[in-house]
Design a protein around this ligand. Structure first.
Ligand code: ZN
Ligand code: ZN
Length: 490
């Protein structure tokens, strides 16, 4: 009797295990899928770079400013309140565009800056990164900058960074305007960095820089440079197109590349370089000051410490000094009868769309209404993040014109009527009913809400399990009874 029953019990145990396993599959695969779509900013510093696909991803740099980042999409920052970030990590734009950076916040943190007498100032900063320290920024196209800061503190602003210390900025492209109006003592605008040092290599900029002293009662130290307002950056292979405007009731330090070249905190020996750069542009300025210096030159306005190799540079520069101190110098300030024509330039795969405004009277022109490059997307796409009923997913498309991989939001799922789980116990199926196609559907499309998914598998599983347990108990009782009877019979 015993030998006849044991295989049946084994069969039931195997069956019960199989049922449990089938019930568990969808949950295991689902959690694996969620792990794959992990938060990019979670990557710790020193490991593989976190990938940035959205403005939200980009803003998370502020939470981990020592991390390594790679930009994977062109992003439009119009309407984004851009924070002041002190960045110490690496940022690789991979040739992508950050468009319409608008009025980046001024840092709460200060760093010390030095004027030509090495007097110190606790200074605040703004830029794509307010402060860079031992950082690396490369291959980013920061286009359509619209940065206008009005402040009563000592302040420097730049396109990539307000302040840079021992940092490298390489192969970046910039366009737009950086403007600063200040009533304090020490301030400046630089095309790529405001104040500091490090290496700036292979960058390209087409910028309008405007720096205005709004306090005519006190003499101040005012700086402007196509690459850097003040400091000792090493500059190599940059192409700068500069339109500079500087209104100052104090001391002007302005240059096509650097406003004031100063090695700080003290003069120390170093082998710097300014080489192989091309500058095209002008600086229009006034220096309202009886004790005049009026530093304005094609390379460095004032050179405190000539500690750099100067070779292979090309300049087409106009020093345009004015003597009317009554009004702020701004672009198009001389035109008395501005009549604009507008031309909309549509975006391409690689270049933003924009509107050209051209003054028919004087030939002045500027751009605005920048829009991101557009691609012709393939119909097929890979699902990167599955849509749910409430959250948009992400799909990766291919551009049929340039072949670029483009990620786009996928629409949320429309609710499908989930079958109401029946509460009547179903009989134990003759064979374990493993509906593998159903399990696959859940992992591929993420269909239905999470609750629907759980009840769908949990209920039948539990019922089957209960029946199996009941049957096992019955068999056990039967064997037990049989054993007792045979013992009694003996
Ligand atoms: Zn005009
Ligand atoms: Zn394309």
């Amino acid at each position: 009797m015993k030998t006849k029953l044991t295989p049946i019990i084994h069969l039931f145990i195997v069956f019960a295990l199989a049922v449990c396993l089938v019930c568990a599959i969808p949950f295991v695969t689902k959690s694996a899928g969620q792990a794959a779509a992990a938060d990019p900013a979670d990557a710790p510093a020193g490991t593989a770079a976190a990938e940035i696909y959205t403005v939200e991803d980009l803003l998370k740099i502020a939470d981990n400013p020592s991390g390594n980042y790679v930009l994977k999409s062109d992003l439009d920052l119009a309407g984004v309140e851009w924070p002041a970030i002190t960045f110490t990590g690496t940022f690789d734009g991979e040739g992508h565009i950050l468009l319409n950076l608008t009025n980046p916040a001024v840092s709460a943190e200060t760093r010390v800056t030095y004027d030509g007498n090495r007097k110190t100032y606790d200074t605040v900063f703004c830029g794509l990164f307010a402060i860079l320290e031992h950082a690396e920024v490369k291959n980013v196209r920061l286009l359509g900058i619209s940065s206008y800061t009005t402040i009563d503190k000592d302040c420097f602003c730049g396109g990539i960074a307000g302040f840079a210390s021992e940092s490298t900025i390489e192969n970046c492209e910039l366009s737009g305007m950086v403007r600063l109006s200040v009533s304090a003592k020490m301030f400046g605008v630089g095309g790529i960095i405001g104040y500091g040092n490090g290496v700036i290599r292979g960058c390209k900029a087409d910028l309008t820089l405007i720096n205005t002293d709004t306090d005519s009662a006190h003499r101040d130290e005012e700086f402007l440079g196509g690459v850097c307002a003040a400091g000792y950056p090493d500059i190599d292979g940059c192409t700068i197109n500069l339109q500079g405007f500087l209104s100052d009731h104090g001391y002007v330090h302005s240059g096509g590349l650097v406003g004031m070249y100063i090695v700080y905190p003290k003069r120390f020996q170093r082998d710097g370089f300014i080489k192989n750069n091309v500058l095209d542009g002008f600086i229009t300025f006034f220096e309202h000051n009886s004790d005049r210096r009026a530093y304005c030159a094609k390379q460095c306005g004032e050179i405190m410490d000539w500690m750099f190799t100067d070779s292979g540079n090309t300049y087409h520069f106009t020093r345009d000094e004015r003597k009317d101190y009554s009004r702020e110098l701004v672009p198009h300030g001389d035109c008395n009868e501005s009549v604009y024509t507008e031309t909309v330039i549509p975006p391409t795969c690689t270049e933003p769309g924009k509107t050209l405004h051209l003054c028919k009277t004087c030939g002045f022109s500027y751009f605005d209404n920048y829009t991101l490059p557009t691609h012709t997307l393939s119909e097929d796409y890979n699902v990167i993040i599955e849509s749910t009923l409430t959250e948009q997913g992400t799909g990766e498309f291919t551009c049929t014109e340039c072949g670029a991989a483009i990620r786009k939001a996928l629409p949320t799922l429309t609710p499908t009527p989930t079958p109401t789980p029946t509460l009547t116990p179903t009989p134990v199926p003759a064979e374990p009913a493993v509906d593998s196609s159903d399990a696959d559907n859940v992992t591929k499309s993420g269909n239905g809400s999470e609750d629907g998914g759980i009840s769908r598998y949990l209920l039948p599983g539990a019922i089957v399990l209960l029946i199996v347990i009941a049957v096992l108990l019955a068999i056990r009782a039967y064997i037990h009874g049989k054993a007792l009877r045979s013992r009694r019979n003996r």
